[in-house]
Design a protein around this ligand. Structure first.
Ligand code: SF4
Length: 149
């Protein structure tokens, strides 16, 4: 990904983190919200976020049930986690502020996407994982050497 675009996305993340922190939502660190099926929700993200989240990752499954980045109850993708993860908290006292913050920064993402001439795509995490699995499943081209006697 272009470094300028990458920096812009991380600036949105920084601002969104700040907006969320100002609301002081409480996280019990149960990790339950990353178990999507059990929790009854789906993590959506745009394709610029997916590119950043999956950078250098080895995708082994594309389940709808949960996030592969959660290991032993902890997020192993904290720095590059998408907006949905940054903005979502189950704290009822934050329920009113959450959709407003989410909307504001998703709109900012859309503006950046337009500015960089990219098509807007917003899809569930498991779709991006499935696409990546397919790419990873294609074997590396092998060079065949023929011994000429
Ligand atoms: S990226 Fe991290 S916070 Fe987001 S769903 Fe996955 S484990 Fe949870």
């Amino acid at each position: 990904m272009d470094q300028v675009l990458r920096d812009r996305i991380f600036e949105v993340y920084r601002q969104a983190d700040e907006a969320v922190a100002a609301q002081k939502p409480i996280c019990q660190k149960s990790g339950k919200c990353c178990h999507f099926t059990d929790y009854g929700h789906t993590l959506f993200l745009n394709d610029m976020e997916a590119e950043i989240l999956l950078e250098g990752a080895v995708v082994k499954s594309a389940s709808k049930d949960g996030c592969p980045f959660q290991i032993d109850g902890l997020c192993t993708a904290r720095d590059q986690r998408p907006l949905g993860c940054r903005v979502y908290f189950c704290d009822v006292n934050y329920a009113e502020a959450m959709p407003l913050i989410a909307e504001q920064y998703h709109q900012e993402m859309k503006r950046i996407c337009d500015e960089f001439g990219r098509p807007w795509r917003y899809a569930p995490l498991h779709e991006f994982l499935a696409e990546r699995l397919e790419v990873d499943a294609v074997p590396e081209p092998r060079i065949s050497l023929e011994i000429i006697k």
